[in-house]
Design a protein around this ligand. Sequence first.
Ligand SMILES: Nc1nc2c(c(=O)[nH]1)N[C@H]1C(S)=C(S)[C@@H](COP(=O)(O)O)O[C@H]1N2
Ligand SMILES: [Mo]
Length: 372
Amino acid sequence: MGARARLRGAVDRLEPPPRAVDWSLFAFVLAEAATGLVSFTVGVPEGWPVFWLHRALGVGVVALLAWKLARVRRRLTDPSLWRRSTALSVLTLVAALGALSTGVAWVFGLDVRVSYWTLLSVHVGFGLALVPLVAAHATTRFRLPRRVDFERRRTAVRYFALLAAGGATYRLQQGINDALDTAGADRRFTGSQPREGDGNGSFPITSWVADDPDPIDRGDYRLSVDGLVSDPVELTAADLAAGHETEALLDCTSGWYTVQEWSGVRVGDLLEAAGGPEAAAGDEEATDREPAYVRFTSVTGYRWSLPLAEAEDALLATHVGGERLSHGHGAPARLVAPDRRGFQWVKWVTRVEVRSEYDLGQWVVTLVSGFD
Ligand SMILES: Nc1nc2c(c(=O)[nH]1)N[C@H]1C(S)=C(S)[C@@H](COP(=O)(O)O)O[C@H]1N2
Ligand SMILES: [Mo]
């Protein structure tokens, strides 16, 4: 038996029964959406498994889709078999191929821009569209999975092998990137590509959805530092030029990163200027009102919170690469939160507030701020 025949044999043995292929595709797409979204919140290298799982699942989807298409292709190519649901099937297939092809191209470091979106943002768009499409597609040919489809131990082995093959494929791909020195070789563990240079002009201005405020007049600007502090204060732009410096890496979920020298005021010093964090006094439930988070709010309402200790070490930056921040990058002051993803680095900060509670609303507000 030749090597090709043997590989074919191995691939055939991996193929799950038809109903299991359908349900696995559904489950894999959901898992892709989940790992993709979770990966947006990961900025530390220890979070690498989320990214690897996303890639391995993606290779798994390629295999499952190939098996599925081999089985159903006549339903697509033979017009006499077309039904109303065929249109939905085709749309689902297009979204799946869109998500897979942009994902693969991204991994190889392709950096084309589709109007003002990066290829990675287009990938996310296809991926998010795929979830409802796959769900609707599943209901048109709804057949409950049967125990026998998944029962045998062979099934577990199969899925494990599928994911392992996915991981191995990605590893192999990294080797190709290195050998051919493609742009993909410089990517971070998050998949983001580098933007080189120092200062305002060297990296993109990115607003997450709709934030686009008018420039803030330096003379009129006030920053309030309040919440659970002993002496709330209002500071001017001049008060913030405290000259604390730090090098930090900004990694945007649209797929680029940059390392810059930021300067401004340490948030811990800012809180000291307001007398320091202090539990709310004089009420029975004072224990529930311990300072635990610092919330940074933009002039647009966009906001994010960091745990107190992390926030104290963060920077409210007024300068980047030795230049005063430009309006687009958040002047007069923006949050620099090392190890956090870019969307958490609030720009145009006008309020710093010590709070006792986690702010669940921030997840929604970052999506809708800027809309009137
Ligand atoms: N107020 C506000 N802050 C924001 C954003 C925004 O839309 N509004 N975008 C975030 C995103 S998604 C990123 S990646 C960084 C980008 O910073 P930059 O525009 O200086 O590159 O700012 C973050 N801070
Ligand atoms: Mo971003």
